[in-house]
Design a protein around this ligand. Structure first.
Ligand SMILES: O=C1O[C@H]([C@@H](O)CO)C(O)=C1O
Length: 475
């Protein structure tokens, strides 16, 4: 079960109980969240830690295992936000009010317009999250990002982090001072509590890629037995420049599979889909598109429509596999006047190898391109390449890493850059592939893949009840 509303099931109605069954078949760090409207941003999410079977060990050592979720937080509720996003004129959600580390953030209660009775900065719930460590011990910190919008840089004052896992795959270890993490991703890092134990240290999460006014999210690394509320004696780290793409691209390119766990990709692919990511206007609505097609969800979930011969429930023409890459200038604002909205799906041949090249471009604002974390349901993919500028379909594939690429389920395409990924279409079903920024998916930044749907067994009636399946009896 996958749980994506409109793709693999109908939404779960208020008061309903819905049971998800899935096989827990791989250790690692994972995220779960609502996939209806903007409910994830409204708070319906969490993380899952899958441990190893007894007797097996990981390719790294640590004394303690801790998990945190990074998020961004808005004061306006998601109904207001989604109304603005679909209005004419368009009302953008703007920057979040706070960055949260494990659910805790801060906000200046002196901000004009905030009713003072509702905001109390001395409330103990406003105290930063504290991670208590025993001097000399090594911690595995599992970090997941479920931000609605923000790309983050996470760091702990004075402590390097060794990246060892991402999205459930072991990484060939590398050391960072700050970890760039995009919505939908998970990382495990090892931290050794080997600094002066007489004090506490700041952990900080800073927004990158957007020129944000949101203050950094803060937490405290508390060396036992210091008091957890004792403020670190220094200023929190300022973090990297928000618009410096170089270190972000470098980190993305650095992540490789752990050498003891290499599962190499097929050396060739059967199909290449190049996806130009653009922001554009359709019928006066601000939208995001892939190859000039802006995604909209059908009322009848694809999986049910395919299995129950209701193909009329959505557009049968698939979106294009390419764009006019010869003539399109990705570095300037484009009109994209042929952009349309559609819910057509890509149909993949079962058991074939598919390459996706995400091509970033300028938004509708001058000299602006954003970071988009793309998340694929139902699969892990190999990240075979990242680059800046326009993807060269002859030269760039020659430089793909087909030896030890990392497998992930979420990967970023950087501003004015491209990201190439490869996967096997070997999981029968229908799967969303979308930008994990909540408002961007809402604005159409996604596609759907069908593969081997004929191999899917009888569908449970619990997933039905919407669109053309309204009359279906639910248990
Ligand atoms: O989708 C978006 O819209 C705004 C801005 O482009 C509107 O002008 C923004 O920053 C986005 O990510």
């Amino acid at each position: 079960m996958d749980g994506t509303e409109g793709v693999t099931q109908c939404p779960i109605l208020p008061g309903d109980t819905f049971i998800y069954k899935f096989v827990v078949d791989r250790p690692g760090t994972y995220l779960y969240h609502a996939h209806y409207g903007m409910q994830r941003e409204a708070g319906l999410y969490g993380s899952i830690r899958v441990s190893l079977p007894d007797g097996e060990s990981e390719p790294f050592r640590y004394d303690y295992d801790r998990s945190i979720i990074l998020n961004d937080w808005y004061h306006r509720n998601t109904y207001e936000q989604s109304t603005g996003l679909s209005s004419k004129p368009f009302v953008w959600v703007g920057e979040p009010q706070s960055i949260l580390i494990q659910g805790r953030g801060r906000f200046d209660c002196g901000t004009p317009g905030i009713a003072s009775g509702l905001c109390n900065a001395t409330n103990p719930e406003c105290a930063p999250y504290t991670l208590t460590v025993v001097p000399g011990k090594t911690y595995r910190l599992r970090i997941g990002s479920l931000t609605a919008l923000s790309a983050l840089s996470f760091e702990i004052e004075g402590h390097n982090m060794t990246v060892v896992e991402s999205d459930g795959h072991y990484v060939e270890p590398f050391v960072v001072k700050n970890l760039f993490i995009y919505s939908g991703e998970t990382y495990s890092v090892l931290i050794k509590a080997d600094r002066d134990p007489s004090r506490n240290y700041w952990a900080s999460a800073k927004i990158v890629s957007r020129n944000s006014t949101t203050p950094n999210g803060l937490a405290v690394l508390n060396y036992y037995p210091n008091h957890p509320r004792r403020k670190p004696a220094s200023n929190p780290p300022v973090g990297p420049q928000w618009d410096d793409i170089v270190p972000r691209l470098a980190q993305s390119s650095k992540i490789k599979s752990h050498r003891g766990f290499i599962h190499a990709p097929p050396l060739t692919s059967d199909r290449v889909i190049v996806m130009l990511n653009t922001q554009n206007e359709i019928d006066g609505h601000r939208r995001w598109s892939v190859n000039n097609v802006s995604f909209s969800l059908p009322h009848t979930p694809y999986l049910i429509a395919y299995k129950h011969n209701m193909l009329h429930a959505f557009e049968q023409r698939p979106p294009p596999d390419n764009y006019d890459s010869k003539n399109y200038d990705i570095f300037s604002v484009q009109k994209n006047s042929n952009a349309t909205a559609s819910n057509g799906a890509y149909r993949l041949k079962f058991n074939t190898t598919v390459d996706i090249v995400l091509q970033n471009a300028n938004t509708m604002n001058k000299n602006n391109s954003e970071t988009h974390p793309w998340h694929l349901h139902g699969h892990d993919f190999w990240v075979v390449g990242h680059g800046s500028g326009k993807f060269d379909s002859i030269e760039d594939p020659k430089r793909y890493n087909l030896v030890d690429p990392i497998m992930k389920n979420t990967v970023a395409v950087h501003p004015f850059g491209w990201t190439a990924l490869r996967f096997r279409a070997d999981n029968p079903g229908v799967w969303a592939f979308h930008c994990h920024i909540e408002s961007h998916f809402y604005m159409g930044m996604g596609v759907v893949f069908e593969e081997g749907v004929e191999k899917v067994g009888k569908l449970p009636s619990s997933i039905m009840g919407c669109g053309e399946t309204k009359g279906y009896i639910r248990p």
